[in-house]
Design a protein around this ligand. Structure first.
Ligand code: SAM
Ligand code: SF4
Length: 332
């Protein structure tokens, strides 16, 4: 048995996020307002399902337990159920999840469940049609809500909802989203806006802090802390004091950084390992794979890359610069 993956600061790597495509059919202003800059990248640069399966097997053999498929919009990759089925058979994965904008989840939730997916996270920043459309660039609130319901019906549970909170767009809606979580037994995760948008529209003033999000919810629905899912999820979690179903999580990477407990690495759609959302460098597992390396050589490569994981991010320092590749390309 190989030594489990650890970085040079002693953090164990348990969580792999795999981006399966850079492309997206939504235009969320905080992510990809003008579409993917890599829209026309050659198809051969993207990992095949067989290559993704091999990469996941290698990471899992080194101690990764949680795998999340993301993007771009992962449901745009043809026949994603085939990949899910392949990964569901990899021994050692304790949690196989997918993050989606849910544009077609209503029709495909049952197939994903049958393929072996454990859970989904749906991005949903507003329950008001006009605000939803303004934020995402598409008038699809109804479809997304249908997707959430379908995921619950087929047992892709607990269904999580991600809401990025941005000043002037949806900060007044956080308590309504918490109400939605209570009424529908959903885990809603509020995320601070990070400087990872391709439109470079991020500003410190637009960040709504985790503390403010907590206060806004607590005023209407008193919360009780239930712990911190460090590393695996990075959210500070709360339940409702009155015992209502559902859960609230607050992910505050800007105002309450949790880098010391990070257990994540990412694999981009074109096979680059990124050891931090804010990495300045990437490491091409794809090139190593395609060079005819043995499994042992690939595993050694992964170990050597993980040792280069950055100690923390520098969002709050004056010299901070946005990484060249943004959220949709990194795999959020
Ligand atoms: N397209 C899928 C979706 O939207 O769920 C998966 C990919 S998306 C990049 C993954 C998550 O990243 C989404 O929940 C999204 O809200 C979040 N995200 C994107 N840009 C962000 C930003 N600038 N700050 C914080 N979260 C962001
Ligand atoms: Fe697309 Fe997801 Fe980014 Fe929105 S957050 S633009 S749905 S990748």
């Amino acid at each position: 048995m190989k030594a489990l993956l650890k970085d040079s600061y002693g953090r164990a790597i348990r969580d792999l996020r795999v981006s399966v495509t850079d492309k997206c059919n939504f235009r969320c202003f905080y992510c990809l307002p003008h579409g993917s800059p890599e829209e026309n990248a050659p198809k051969s640069s993207v990992l095949t399902y067989e290559e993704i399966e091999l990469a996941v097997e290698l990471f899992v053999s080194l101690g990764v337990e949680k795998v999340r498929l993301t993007g771009g919009e992962p449901m745009l990759r043809r026949d994603i159920e085939t990949l899910v089925a392949k990964l569901a058979r990899v021994p050692g994965i304790k949690d196989l999840a997918l993050t989606t904008n849910a544009f077609n989840l209503a029709e495909r939730a049952a197939g994903l469940k049958a393929a072996g997916l454990d859970r989904v996270t749906v991005s949903l920043d507003s329950l008001r049609r006009a605000a939803f459309t303004e934020i995402t660039g598409v008038d699809m609130l109804g479809r997304v809500l249908e997707g959430v319901r379908a995921a619950q019906r087929v047992g892709l549970t607990p269904v999580k909802v991600n809401a990025v909170v941005v000043r002037g767009h949806n900060e007044t809606e956080v308590a309504d989203l918490a109400a939605f979580a209570r009424e529908n037994d959903i885990h809603v995760r509020f995320i601070e806006y990070m400087p990872l948008d391709s439109g470079h529209g991020w500003s410190r003033e637009s960040v709504v802090s985790g503390a403010e999000i907590r206060r806004r919810i607590h005023e209407r629905f008193p919360l009780v802390a239930v712990g911190v899912e460090r590393g695996s999820e990075t959210a500070t979690r709360y339940r409702f004091a009155d015992g209502a179903p559902g859960e609230v999580g607050i992910i505050a990477p800007v105002t309450e950084p949790f880098c010391g407990a990070c257990s994540r690495v990412r694999l981009t759609a074109d096979g680059q390992i990124r050891t931090c959302l804010f990495s300045k460098v990437e490491h091409s597992l794809r090139d190593v794979m395609r060079s005819g390396a043995s499994r042992a050589e690939m595993a050694d490569y992964i170990e050597s890359v993980v040792l280069k994981k950055e100690p923390r991010h520098y969002i709050n320092e004056t010299h901070f610069e946005q990484p060249a590749r943004t959220m949709s390309l990194i795999g959020g």
